[in-house]
Design a protein around this ligand. Structure first.
Ligand code: WTA
Length: 693
């Protein structure tokens, strides 16, 4: 059994088990130089979002959008946990992100694209340019290919303007898009095409990353084969060139399947495509994310609620106005990029920087150079990126004339030391720092301090966002009072507009994964009986600020990228010699967490470097390089309960150099000492080798 004292401890050895040991830090007041935005400093703001005002409070977010028809009700909660926000309302996301800004801002920059190679100059797309290009693509998809609302489109595209353009073209037509992170393998892309039954795949010949050309087009071949084998090949694969006029690919798929999209778009250059007038609960996009099973799930976000929440939280927590130059360094292939690069900022008519490459190319001062050149005022990134930049160039930010007024950290817990460097070196103590906690499923920020107004606490994601009232619960579902110092499961009791609408094609799994745990009355039609279970462990201080400890489930957050332990395990099992695989999170000074894998071989096979290599490569081809295990340990047997369940908690303890805890439930406790010995010896050997070099 897990340790009763700590409800975040799991049999799995989840991330939250690797407790983050930093102390509760004192509050830091917002620097005096930072502006106090009047809309945030307004003393009536929080009361307007008080729980007694729910759900009407969220109409303020919906009112930031342009609707062709106003909603009839704020929230339809008749069938929890299936919610419909602003039912009866009609709108279009591309109209909200582009068309409505044209009267005032047609010639203002919408996107500033910064290619990774410094030899290529930044490219500015005004709102008018964005309008033209979105219309051209939408016109081709509709008139050329006959796309009709509701059909899914998978986008496997890098961080170039073509990605937001494709998303907004889909949104214009009511085609839910499913963006697959460009670092994912062709195989991972193929499975997502099949699961969403996408009619089209839009991809690119390649892109630049870390100084190298990455061939994305080859992944499309594999994606096509995999989707075909799953019974749902895309009807068309549309390929764009990274450099217009310089395609670097040869067609290899069937001629009518694979299409040179650049050539097709020539005849649609000045086309205008009427935006579909869509109901508020029309699906806007799917975003596949890792969970507790071997297969990623398609998190579905619906138009009206999601877009309102994206706009509202961007307004209050990124505090953007049209004079700001805003740069979020996340990838659009993850939810952060969807909400806080594309939909939120563009809905507000902001100026958005889009950077193709890695922050450390060609050196770790690149982000500060870009920020100085473009005059970035609001900057948003992950703790992993901050740790990397700090490690490689600790005084890098000081050598540049940057003028940040707001900094954001998102995706993983940020430890106070890194927080302080970000605040004093990057922000020079003159910028507010927002540590924003949220998830793919939540659509937008759920915990954060209001920038410039709320005091900040290093290492703590702050209080619930407007209209959000987070709670920490123990194993029995009882609320743990703030300030008790006890950790527990983080839950959100009330619905909110950014909340996922469901899991694509699997309503049952949606209910089971996110609501079953603390639901006492499965028949209840009162939303109060359906608290949303985040999967994170957390502690809440007396002042209500929440410190996230990490995942309590099978998700491992590597460098802010969300990976499924079971997905990695399934990938390992594709190697014939592997009998059993167990993946555990290990704490890492730069990436936060990394996966290590334990392998038991089938009889007749011996551990070897070659086998370890094959296991690593299997993970890379099935998922992508980001999931590559940092160590592969071959063990004689897995520690197991009497019912045969692998106790990953024990392996996680060994990997994290912690005591393995209670072993009484094990059927084979003797194997633990053997594994400990084996890991210790290997570590000593590699430490000695490192010492010799
Ligand atoms: C983690 C990313 C601590 C958390 C937006 C969550 C964080 C998972 C923070 C979701 C933060 C995100 N502090 N942990 N500020 N933000 N997380 O779906 O474990 O890619 O459950 O969404 O990242 O990852 P996802």
């Amino acid at each position: 059994m897990p340790d009763r004292e700590d409800p975040t401890a799991t049999d799995r050895g989840g991330e939250a088990d690797i407790a983050v040991h930093w102390q509760e830090e004192p509050m830091v007041a917002p620097p005096r130089a930072v502006r106090r935005p009047p809309h945030l400093a307004d003393p009536t703001l929080k009361p307007r979002f008080a729980s007694a005002r729910f759900p009407g409070s969220f109409e303020a977010y919906a009112e930031m959008l342009t609707w062709s028809r106003r909603w009839d009700r704020t929230l339809d909660a008749d069938r929890p946990p299936f919610y419909r926000w602003f039912p009866g309302g009609r709108l279009n996301a591309s109209v909200n992100c582009i068309d409505r800004h044209l009267p005032d801002r047609a010639a203002s920059p919408a996107l500033v694209f910064v290619p990774e190679p410094e030899s290529e100059a930044p490219e500015v797309l005004t709102y008018q340019d964005l309008y033209d290009r979105v219309n051209a693509l939408a016109a081709y998809l509709h008139r050329g290919l006959g796309a009709v609302p509701g059909e899914r489109v998978t986008l496997h595209l890098p961080m170039t303007p073509e990605l937001p353009i494709a998303m907004l073209a889909c949104a214009r037509l009511g085609l839910p898009h499913s963006v697959v992170f460009s670092g994912f393998s062709g195989e991972a892309c193929g499975l997502r095409i099949a699961d969403s039954q996408s009619r089209f795949l839009i991809t690119m010949d390649g892109y630049f990353r870390n100084g190298r050309w990455v061939d994305l087009r080859r992944a499309a071949e594999r994606a096509y084969q995999v989707a075909h084998a799953e019974g749902h090949p895309p009807e068309k694969v549309l390929v764009l060139p990274r450099r217009p006029g310089h395609a670097r690919w040869e067609p290899t798929l069937r001629p009518r399947v694979e299409i040179d999209l650049e050539a097709e778009l020539q005849s649609y250059r000045s086309a205008r495509e009427v935006a579909q007038d869509l109901p508020s609960d029309h699906p806007l996009f799917l975003m596949y994310t890792s969970g507790t099973t071997g297969r990623p799930k398609g998190v579905q976000h619906n138009l009206g609620g999601y877009l309102a929440y994206a706009a509202g939280t961007t307004y209050y927590y990124q505090d953007l106005d049209p004079d700001d130059v805003y740069w979020c360094m996340a990838d659009i292939g993850w939810i952060t990029g969807h909400t806080y690069i594309v939909y939120g900022p563009l809905a507000l008519g902001a100026q958005v920087v889009l950077y193709e490459g890695v922050p450390t190319w060609p050196d770790a001062e690149r982000p500060w150079r870009i920020s100085e050149q473009l005059g970035v005022t609001v900057f948003h990134t992950s703790p992993t990126a901050i740790r990397q930049l700090r490690r490689l160039a600790p005084s890098g930010p000081g050598r540049h004339r940057t003028r940040f007024r707001l900094l954001t950290s998102v995706g993983e817990p940020i430890e106070p030391e890194t927080w302080h460097w970000y605040f004093s070196e990057v922000g020079r103590g003159r910028a507010a720092l927002v540590d924003a906690w949220w998830q793919t499923e939540t659509g937008g920020i759920l915990c954060a301090t209001a920038p410039g107004v709320d005091p900040m606490k290093p290492g703590s994601a702050g209080p619930g966002a407007l209209g959000i009232f987070p709670e920490i619960r123990d194993e029995e579902g009882r609320v743990i009072p703030p300030g008790s110092g006890r950790a527990g499961a983080l839950v959100i009791p009330n619905p909110w507009p950014g909340q996922m609408a469901g899991i694509w094609g699997d309503p049952q799994r949606y209910v089971e994964t996110y609501y079953r745990r603390f639901n006492l009355h499965p028949e209840s039609t009162d939303w109060r009986d359906w608290p949303y279970v985040t999967g994170d462990g957390a502690v809440q201080a007396m002042d209500g600020y929440i410190r996230i400890l990490g995942r309590m489930d099978d998700v491992i957050n590597v460098a802010g990228h969300r990976l499924g332990a079971k997905e990695i395990e399934s990938a390992c099992l594709t190697v014939h010699a592997v009998a059993e695989a167990a993946v555990v999170p290990v704490s890492d000074p730069v990436k936060g967490r990394c996966p290590e894998v334990y392998i038991a071989l089938r009889p007749g096979f011996e551990p070897s470097l070659d086998l370890a290599d094959r296991v690593t490569r299997a993970v890379e081809t099935t998922i992508g390089k980001i999931a590559r295990p940092t160590r592969v340990w071959f063990v004689p047997d897995m520690p197991k309960t009497r019912s045969g369940k692998i106790l990953r908690r024990v392996l996680a303890a060994i990997s994290n150099r912690r005591p393995s805890g209670d072993l009484t439930t094990l059927a084979n406790p003797e194997v633990v000492a053997e594994i400990e010995q084996l890991v210790r010896t290997a570590r000593e050997r590699s430490d000695a080798e490192a010492g010799r070099q």
